[in-house]
Each structure stands twice: as structure tokens, then as C-alpha cells.
Design a protein around this ligand. Structure first.
Ligand code: DGL
Length: 274
């Protein structure tokens, strides 16, 4: 039951590679296995039930690979599936393993970034509808006003290599304006989707200069580092030979073609059967 193995990093597709990039930078000694459920991505517009069912299948796949710890590097999966997996499934699957998400580490510290007390969240439809960010931020920072804006066009723009082209400007400008119209005091915008860091240059162009734009990768990596230090029983089960492997439920070739954009270096992909 208490296997040793790599740390699993999960995403609906390629986006989690932006989080993995920061985790590997911060904690290079560990072994990592990445799984992108590209065959069923995007998750952003899918129902709670579907996201839960897909994510659970992927968590089981990681556990079969021997991963003692799985990070759901996908905001939509963290918002819609993590709690049920932690509360209902882990006990039956392997009570000594752990599954963590990206929302808690982010919401724990994001309140420290705002001076005005207003934070804007940009995310997929699914993450916005779940209200997870607003609820979690207000648990840690009850006085902070959290407003959200769903940006359903941003993931397709990034996945179709339009993220640095002119077409992207229209949607970025529009969503930022919509967000700021909901609360003019926003001084911190959180990119609560794995794909959005790739739009950073354009976001900086269209957001007011006094607004800080925060992406999650480094926050999640710092939090994982602290988590491993505080959980030696789990940390000792995470193997450390510096290996990285990348699996996709869809075409290896497509994954390899996109991965460099998200991960910053070329990767070799393997097809995963769930
Ligand atoms: N990885 C997803 C997220 O962070 C974005 C892509 C999708 O919709 O599947 O919410």
C-alpha cells in the first residue's frame, strides 16, 4: 500500500506544464510523472460530475504507477473534483497516498498581495461557477472582496498558438475591462488557469499599471516544498533520481508539439491508456 515512486502532476491537457515547470525548478531532485488528459480536454466547460469522473480515473492511473503524491495542477479539476476525491475516494483507493490541488496554496497567500482589499480572478467557466476561489480566499481573508470573470476564449487561443497574435488582444482587453467594471478597486489579478501565464505580455499591456498580475506556478511550487518538509513520512516515499516522464491520453506527437510552449523545453511523450 505504501508505495514509493514519482510525484504525479495532472492536468486536463498541456496547461499543467506551466505549473510543473516551476515545481521542477524549485524541487529538481524528485522524480515526476506528468499526465495530460488531452483526449478529453478542455475540462473548463464540463459538468461537476464529468470533471470528477475523469479526474478520479487519472488519479487511479497515477496510483497504479506508484505515485504516493498527486498534484492536480488543473484549476478546473481542483475546483470540481479534489474535495470529493480527498473526502470519499482516497480512503478506499490508498489512504496513505495524498492528492493536492492548486487552489488552497494560492488562496492561502493571495490576500497578502492586495493593499486595496479587492482581488480579481480570471479563470475558466467551470472554476468561476464553482466559486471555489471566492470561498477559499474569504476563509483566509474575510475582509477581501473577490470578483471573478470567466474567460472561455483564452484556453483555445493558447492551444491554437494565437496567444501572442493580434486576435488575442480583443478578448484579453474585453475580459479585463469586464473584470475591472465589477470592482474598480482591484489591485491584484490572479490567473487562476494553467494556460493564462502564456498571455502575460498582453495582460500587462491591457491591465492598469497599478494592478499586479499573479500566476500560480511559483506559489504552488513553494507550497509543495513546505508541504514535503512538513510531511516527512510522505516525502520519504517520493523517489529522487531526477527523472521526468510525460504521458498523454491523446497523440504523443501533438503533445510534443505543444509542450515546449508550456514547459519551456522539448519533452518526449508516451501514450497513456486509462
Ligand atoms: N487546465 C485547465 C484549468 O486550469 C484549463 C484547461 C481546461 O479547460 O481544461 O482550469
Amino acid at each position: 500500500m505504501s508505495s514509493t515512486g514519482p510525484i504525479g502532476i495532472f492536468d486536463s491537457g498541456y496547461g499543467g506544464l506551466t505549473v510543473m515547470k516551476e515545481i521542477v525548478k524549485k524541487l529538481p531532485a524528485y522524480d515526476y510523472v506528468y499526465l495530460g488528459d488531452n483526449a478529453r480536454a478542455p475540462y473548463g466547460n464540463r459538468s461537476f460530475d464529468t470533471v470528477y469522473r475523469y479526474t478520479l480515473e487519472c488519479v487511479k492511473w497515477f496510483f497504479e504507477k506508484g505515485c504516493p503524491l498527486v498534484i492536480l495542477a488543473c484549476n478546473t479539476a481542483s475546483a470540481k473534483a479534489l474535495r470529493t476525491i480527498q473526502q470519499n475516494d482516497l480512503e478506499k483507493l490508498n489512504p496513505s497516498n495524498r492528492v493536492l490541488g492548486v487552489i488552497r496554496p494560492t488562496t492561502e497567500i493571495i490576500g497578502q498581495f492586495t493593499k486595496s482589499g479587492s482581488i480579481g480572478i480570471l479563470a475558466t467557466n467551470g472554476t468561476v461557477q464553482s466559486k471555489s476561489y471566492a470561498m477559499e480566499i474569504n476563509k483566509f481573508y474575510p475582509e477581501v472582496n473577490v470578483v471573478q470573470e470567466a474567460c472561455p476564449m483564452w484556453v483555445p487561443l493558447v492551444e491554437n498558438n494565437e496567444y501572442d497574435k493580434e486576435g488575442a488582444d480583443y478578448f484579453i482587453q474585453k475580459n479585463i475591462q469586464n473584470l475591472l467594471a465589477k470592482d474598480g478597486d482591484i489591485d491584484t489579478i490572479l490567473l487562476a488557469c494553467t494556460h493564462y501565464p502564456l498571455l502575460m505580455d498582453k495582460l500587462v499591456k491591457y491591465a492598469p499599471k497599478n494592478v499586479r498580475i499573479v500566476s500560480q506556478g511559483e506559489i504552488v511550487a513553494d507550497s509543495l516544498s513546505r508541504y514535503l518538509a512538513n510531511h516527512p513520512e510522505l516525502e520519504s516515499r517520493c523517489t529522487k533520481t531526477g527523472s521526468r516522464s510525460f504521458y498523454t491520453t491523446d497523440s504523443e506527437e501533438d503533445f510534443e508539439n505543444h509542450a515546449t510552449t508550456f514547459f519551456g523545453e522539448p519533452v518526449k511523450a508516451i501514450h497513456a491508456e486509462l
